[in-house]
Design a protein around this ligand. Structure first.
Ligand SMILES: Nc1ncnc2c1ncn2[C@@H]1O[C@H](COP(=O)(O)OP(=O)(O)O)[C@@H](O)[C@H]1O
Ligand SMILES: [Mg+2]
Length: 274
């Protein structure tokens, strides 16, 4: 389809030396403003799949089958220059541990401003204004104060918002959020998920949300893909997966949640707007 942002067609990932296949054929298609979730327990191949899309697979691994298209173009033919163009401006990612992606010795504001100046071509003053707007966009309450802060002065939830601000600063079309809420308290987790949902609408972002936690994925995704040991066990609209799971493994993931949280999301699905 013409407006497809991301398309995976039977993507396989294998160990480069042993030839062992780790991811056994993932297919999905993502359009602007849509949210797809990838859920599965730790080690099921979620992060490798994301890294394949981002062109940053660990050296030991290779795409051994299928194809990945970004903006309608097969990434197999991408040059370094194509990747440079597409990263940041086209696709971007946020991972679990925000602290490790920030320079601890630099204040937040200048760190966020740098790519806006270097890659976005803004002046110093324009970049500062834009960073402050972005900090508001990600609902940080005291943007000017955050701008002047060092990473260690902010909480985990605030840092994750800063990373999200940084990720959207060059107006990407696709954001990959890999376990972004995993290290956060449940209430902060819900806020960050709300924020991501709003951003998909306000920035017309396509979003891939990756989590080991079905409740996280269920809360904001239109479609869900359930991965187990590198194989897709089930995929489809979130409601269908939640209410009429076809696979035993999906039922297991749902049951794990019956005691804490998922029921809330399921109820919310039934009564929209409540
Ligand atoms: N850098 C790496 N070196 C060696 N093995 C890895 C590396 N990254 C992932 N793996 C292996 O690949 C499999 C899938 O990992 P991953 O995609 O990180 O799973 P998930 O994100 O679902 O937890 C796991 O068995 C993991 O041990
Ligand atoms: Mg992972």
């Amino acid at each position: 389809m013409s407006d497809s942002i991301l398309r995976l067609d039977d993507v396989r990932i294998a160990h480069r030396h042993t030839g062992e296949e780790i991811v056994h054929g993932v297919s999905l298609e993502l359009h602007p403003g849509r949210v797809t979730g990838i859920v599965g327990e730790s080690g099921s191949g979620k992060t490798l799949t994301c890294r394949a899309v981002l062109g940053i697979l660990p050296r030991l691994f290779e795409i051994s089958g299928g194809r990945i298209e970004l903006f309608g173009r097969d990434i197999a033919g991408f040059t370094d220059r194509d990747w440079q163009q597409v990263r940041g401006a086209g696709i971007t990612a946020v991972f679990q541990d925000p602290g490790s992606y920030l320079n601890p010795s630099l204040r937040i504001g200048p760190q966020l401003a740098e790519p806006l100046r270097v890659r976005g071509g803004l002046t110093r003053r324009q970049a500062k204004t834009r960073v402050l707007e972005l900090l508001v966009d990600v609902r940080l309450r005291e943007p000017a104060k955050v701008f002047r802060s060092y990473p260690h002065e902010l909480s985990g939830g605030m840092l994750q918002r800063v990373l999200i601000a940084s990720a959207i600063s060059l107006e990407p079309k696709l954001l990959i959020a890999d376990e972004v809420t995993t290290a956060l308290d449940v209430t902060v987790q819900a806020d960050v998920l709300d924020l991501l949902t709003d951003l998909t609408a306000s920035h017309d972002l396509a979003l891939v949300v990756v989590s080991h936690d079905l409740a996280v994925v269920a809360q904001i995704c239109d479609d869900v893909l359930v991965l187990r040991d590198g194989a897709v066990v089930e995929q489809g609209p979130t409601e269908r997966i939640l209410f009429a799971p076809e696979h035993e493994y999906t039922r297991l993931l749902i049951d794990e949640h019956s005691t804490y949280g998922l029921d809330r999301y399921r109820t919310a699905e039934v009564v929209p707007g409540v």
